[in-house]
Structures are given as structure tokens and as C-alpha cells.
Ligand binder design. Structure first.
Ligand SMILES: Nc1ncnc2c1ncn2[C@@H]1O[C@H](COP(=O)(O)OP(=O)(O)OP(=O)(O)O)[C@@H](O)[C@H]1O
Length: 250
């Protein structure tokens, strides 16, 4: 079963083709990464997947159903989640409180302060389990978010996206700004999530990509240059060429 796919996905800006006939297919439970040199079309592709941009041509499918014409929130409802931005975290909340609220929100329970205490306890336990699956310690779960290392704050954003119980999690540069010593832990925690969530990673840092992904799609000039397992991508001369070109010109 395909969790997320695109067919001949294309986006023009004026006369410029930023995404050119991209075919992607992520199997359920995939750990897939899209890489490519600057200007390859990665950000445009993400925006087409989330619904922030409409394609000039082609289709986006979620669980085999076409979502090309659906706005962002409708795609989220159908199981596509992306990470929240850091400024959406409440710094004085603990991760446990923040995830509990997100879970309550999903179930439409916020504001129902008369609900039984037992129900609340169950949601709290669920929040702790979710944070535990992302390798938060009990101490970290109960610390105010602003006091946590930046890598943990990024993981909390991922936890909040996971609280929506998505089918597909889209991670757009989740390690941006995270110190190198912490960024591996962020991606390792995501890689180890249960396989009922499919993960698509867009990331600049090659070390992280090769650590995380089981399949890699390389974009160049808006089109798929090559797709395959990391070992194949690493030794593909075409991939080296586009990155060497970038190093020479950038
Ligand atoms: N709104 C826009 N209007 C015109 N051109 C655009 C627009 N958005 C992107 N482009 C162009 O499309 C191409 C792909 O851009 P995009 O940002 O998707 O690449 P990218 O792979 O994400 O690059 P980077 O790694 O540098 O972020 C670039 O040449 C960019 O200049």
C-alpha cells in the first residue's frame, strides 16, 4: 500500500519549471528522504505535498486517494502532518503538558473541564508514552520547554505533529539550527518510531540523511535524478556530479 505518492507533479513559476514531472511513491512505514543541491526544488515539492502550493500539472495522492485539489487542513485531516514551527511551542509548558493538550485538542476535548479525572489521566499517560517513544526521559517530560536543549525542542515539535496520529509525517529540515551533537539523536528517535507512521525527510545534512533513510530520492533541476537505497545513491556518479557542481559554483 502506498502512503504518499505523486504522479508527474509539476510546478511552474512564470516561465520557470521549479518541479518537473516528479513521481514519488512512499510505501507504508517508509523512511524516505528527498535530497538535492540548492535550488533543486525541494521546498517547492514540500509545498505541493502539504497543499501550500497548487501544482501546474500532476497529482498528489495520500493513501491512494487524490488530494491534489485539497487545502492544507483537509490534507492534515486525512493523515498528513508536518512539524510545527518552534515559535508555536509554549515555552513555559512542559512537554507532557503540551502533548496532553495536543491530544485533547485532537479528540475535541479541550474546554470540557467537567470530564472525568480518569479520562484526563489516560490522556496524560498517552502523552507520556508518545514522548517516551521519542526517547524523552521522565525528567525532560516535566521540565519547562524553554529549559530543554534545542534538539529536544525540535523533537517536541515532532511529538506535537505525531499527536495528530498522522499516516505520513513530513519533516522539512528538522535538524536546522540544532547543534551537530544533538541532531543525530533527533533523527535516530524519528527513525525508531513505530512503522504505522511513514516518514518523508527533506534535509540538507547528508550524514543525517544517510543515517536515517532507507530510500533516497535525489532531485536536480526540479526532476528526479535517481532514486534508490542509500548505498546505491552514495556511489552514484550522477549524484556526486550534481553535488560537486554545487561545491564548485556555490
Ligand atoms: N515563488 C517563486 N517564484 C519564482 N521562482 C521560485 C519561487 N519559488 C521557488 N522558485 C525557484 O524554483 C527553484 C527551486 O526552488 P526551491 O526553493 O524549491 O529549491 P530547494 O531545493 O528547496 O533549494 P534550497 O535547498 O536552496 O532551499 C529555484 O530556482 C527558485 O529560485
Amino acid at each position: 500500500m502506498t502512503a504518499l505518492s505523486t504522479e508527474a507533479l509539476t510546478r511552474d513559476f512564470g516561465g520557470f519549471r521549479a518541479v518537473a514531472g516528479v513521481d514519488l511513491a512512499l510505501a507504508e512505514g517508509a523512511r524516505h528522504a528527498v535530497i538535492g543541491p540548492n535550488g533543486a526544488g525541494k521546498t517547492t515539492l514540500v509545498n505541493l505535498l502539504t497543499g501550500a502550493l497548487r501544482p501546474t500539472a500532476g497529482r498528489v495522492l495520500l493513501g491512494g486517494e487524490e488530494v491534489t485539489a485539497l487545502p492544507m487542513h483537509a490534507r492534515v485531516k486525512r493523515g498528513l502532518a508536518r512539524t510545527f514551527q518552534i515559535n508555536q511551542l509554549f515555552p513555559e509548558f512542559t512537554p507532557e503538558q503540551a502533548v496532553t493538550l495536543a491530544l485533547l485538542e485532537r479528540e475535541g476535548l479541550t474546554g470540557r473541564w467537567w470530564r472525568p479525572v480518569a479520562a484526563h489521566a489516560a490522556v496524560r499517560a498517552e502523552a507520556r508514552a508518545l514522548l517516551d517513544s521519542l526517547r524523552f526521559t521522565a525528567t525532560e517530560m516535566r521540565a519547562e520547554t524553554h529549559s530543554l536543549p534545542y534538539g529536544r525542542q525540535r523533537l517536541l515539535e515532532i511529538a506535537l505533529a505525531l499527536a495528530l496520529k498522522p499516516r505520513v509525517l513530513l519533516l522539512d529540515e528538522p535538524a536546522a539550527g540544532v547543534p551537530p551533537g544533538e541532531s543525530r539523536a533527533v533523527l535516530d528517535a524519528v527513525a525508531a518510531l513505530p512503522r504505522d507512521v511513514t516518514v518523508l525527510l527533506i534535509e540538507h545534512d547528508m550524514d543525517l540523511v544517510f543515517r536515517f533513510a532507507e530510500r533516497i530520492t535525489v532531485l536536480a533541476q526540479g526532476a528526479v535524478l535517481v532514486e534508490g537505497p542509500p548505498a546505491e545513491i552514495a556511489r552514484d556518479p550522477r549524484v556526486r556530479e550534481v553535488y560537486l557542481g554545487e561545491a564548485a559554483h556555490g
